[in-house]
Design a binder for this molecule. Sequence first.
Ligand code: SIN
Length: 189
Amino acid sequence: MTANTIAINQMMDKFDGRHSVWLFGYGSLIYKADFPYLQRRPASIAGWTRRFWQGSHDHRGTPEAPGRVVTLIEEAGAICHGMAYLITPEVFAHLDHREKNGYLRLAMPITFEDRDEVEGLVYIATPDNTAFLGAASEQDIAAHIARSVGPSGPNSDYLNHLATALRELGRHDQHVFEIERHLAALQSK
Ligand code: SIN
């Protein structure tokens, strides 16, 4: 699958005709809401886990030297915590552009903290996209992040903002916090 997903996402018609749709964010969408929204609520999705396995050609790296950003990987029993936004359909043009490097809009159940559930959308970079980098140790991911930079700034900012946002949500993410620890050690050398 091509790394630019704009055209595929524009054909996603599942929520056509709706005035508003819930969007679940688990990466930069938690800490950088550069779009209008009607409501924002902490939420989670079941069966998926957050991993720094996606290459970033356009934000935290370049096509020649991609950075590493998060995507979701299916894992039975896993719960991924993040932030859900109630948005209107006009916002998708901006989001499709922002998430164009491999992320597809997928429909799935979103659970709020009070256990209410809705069907909403999540941008996920699936392993068949050409920018997917896949698994590596947390130490190797930290080293990769330490040397990466792109048009949106240093890759380390992405990681640190995400770790801070997860702490603010009161959510522990071992993968993210372990990479943060390795990165801090590298940067203090
Ligand atoms: C998300 O935050 O939900 C998608 C990945 C990203 O933009 O970092």
